[in-house]
Write a protein that binds this ligand. Structure first.
Ligand code: AMP
Length: 480
């Protein structure tokens, strides 16, 4: 019974970082499983729920971030939820992309993710005879992926009507602009129904794209994935190796010791966020949680207080945190490490905004080591475990909130730790030295910078950037 409950808890804990948490149609999640995508990428985590809620989206994301699935999956979900035969010579979903190659890849993605659904798709690109495309559109399609020029040719020759489009995707909008498609896009959009959903993706947001978005989108939600390099360089990153049970105490200690303006703490689950808040309040630290179980007005109130600086400690899940656009976050604390390495970069990007420096501290328990290694691989460096928190008992911990008082005990601890760490290295065993009475004394630290990451098997295949050609195995470009 207890085992079953623990298992259920564990499954729930991971559901938010798996595709199951979105509530996508079962036929789609099956296809994702067949694609062997273990967890959604950050752009997918942010975008899928917004598209499912029928809101317009401006997505700042580059190719390679998983952005195609970020829009294709919820679109397929909508089509499955409202299945009906498309009208003749029309399409329900129109995806505009700058190049033939990208258009082909997008279509391949729709076909791969929608392989268990009855979805009609077509491609309209230049450089091939129009006849086949005209024929494919005769009975209408659900999804049409097109380059702007050929699309207009098809419209001009009465092979396609755009009055039935329910959703428009503008992919790689900045590239379309660079390639001179802006007038074609305006012409196409003028033929679409005003009442539609629009998703715009762009790697950058120059003024012209912002202007285009302002004209074509209705009250859009902006999502962004932070470019890896710039964030990682500006944020001071540390890891504290800690037993799971000691995390709440270590967190309290971190918050008391660090010079915090605003701290954003990430947990994997909503329940976890609430638990962390309870622990902090018990320790006398005012904190609030922000996650999907909180009402919109609750979330807005807490966020406003966080922005004003009335609340300085916020605990959030990744999905809830996507709406947090606050400057002046001095610290990001990963109470749980994220399952997806890119999410780490996104999390720590909350600090170091507008060129400011920030500090990111990750509490890593033994089960999270493989996650830490994936993160280190992604950012191309090891994160140092230079924080010292080994103390003989909790009373000592509560007395050491000032930095000066810790120095003496620290140097002795340092030596002890060095001995422990060396033993751990030479014997190849885990760094944790077992439970102690206060739960903190068991924290040990690795000198990661001198050690290559251990070859631990990841818990599941995780997101990692793949070369373009690896998309769905073959990189096929179907033609119609
Ligand atoms: P994109 O950014 O859409 O061009 O996607 C880049 C590559 O990532 C493609 O080969 C996709 O098949 C792959 N991909 C997309 N989402 C995931 C995921 N959640 N896990 C693993 N691979 C993914």
């Amino acid at each position: 019974m207890r085992v079953a409950a623990a298992l259920a808890r564990k499954q729930k804990a991971y559901s938010l970082t798996s595709f199951d948490g979105f509530g996508l149609n079962e036929a789609i999640t099956r296809a994702i499983a067949e694609e062997k995508y273990a967890s959604p990428t950050p752009i997918q985590v942010q975008t899928i729920p917004i598209v499912m809620s029928r809101r317009d989206v401006i997505g700042i994301a580059q190719t390679g971030t998983g952005k195609t699935a970020a829009f294709a999956l919820p679109i397929l979900h909508q089509l499955a939820a409202q299945a009906r035969p498309p009208e003749r010579k029309s399409c329900r979903i129109l995806v505009l992309s700058p190049t033939r190659e990208l258009s082909g890849q997008i279509l391949a993605s729709f076909r791969a993710y929608g392989r268990h659904l009855r979805i009609r798709t077509a491609l309209a690109i230049g450089g091939v005879p129009m006849g086949g495309q005209v024929r494919a559109l005769l009975d209408g399609v659900d999804v049409l992926v097109a380059t702007p020029g050929r699309l207009l040719d098809l419209v001009k020759s009465n092979a396609l009507r755009l009055g039935g489009v329910e959703l428009l995707v503008l992919d790689e909008a900045d590239r379309m602009l660079d390639m001179g498609f802006i007038h074609d896009i305006r012409k196409i959009v003028s033929k679409l129904p005003a009442k539609r959903q629009t998703l715009l993706f762009s790697a950058t947001m120059p003024g012209a794209i912002a202007e285009l978005a302002a004209q074509m989108l209705r009250d859009p939600i902006r999502v962004a994935v932070t470019p890896v390099a710039s964030t990682v360089e500006r944020v001071e990153q540390r890891v504290v190796h800690v037993n799971r049970a000691a995390k709440p105490d270590v967190l309290v200690d971190v918050l008391r010791r660090e010079p915090i303006d605003r701290a954003l703490i990430f947990t994997r689950t909503k329940r976890g966020a609430d638990k962390v808040v309870r622990g902090l309040i018990k320790a006398g630290i005012t904190a609030h949680a922000i996650h999907g179980n909180k009402s919109q007005s609750q979330r807005e109130r807490v966020l406003a207080a966080f922005r004003r600086g009335d609340v300085t400690t916020l605990v959030a899940t990744d999905i809830a945190a996507r709406g947090i656009d606050v400057d002046g976050i001095s610290h990001v604390v990963n109470f749980d490490l994220p399952d997806v390495p890119e999410t780490y970069v996104h999390r720590i990007g909350r600090t170091a905004r507008a060129g400011a420096d920030g500090i990111a501290i990750s509490l890593c328990d033994p089960e999270e080591r493989a996650l830490l290694h994936s993160i280190e691989k992604l950012i191309g460096k090891s994160i140092s475990g230079n924080d010292s928190r080994v103390r003989p008992n909790r009373n000592a911990a509560s007395n050491t909130h000032g930095r000066a008082g810790q120095r003496d005990t620290r140097s002795a601890d340092k030596q002890k730790r060095r001995r422990e760490t060396n033993v751990a290295h030479t014997s190849g065993r885990q760094e944790q030295t077992g439970e102690s009475t206060d739960g903190i004394a068991s924290v040990a630290f690795l000198r990661r910078s001198t050690r290559p990451p251990q070859q631990e098997a990841p818990r599941a295949r995780r997101w990692s950037a793949q070369p373009k050609g690896s998309r769905h195995g073959q990189g096929r470009t179907p033609a119609i």
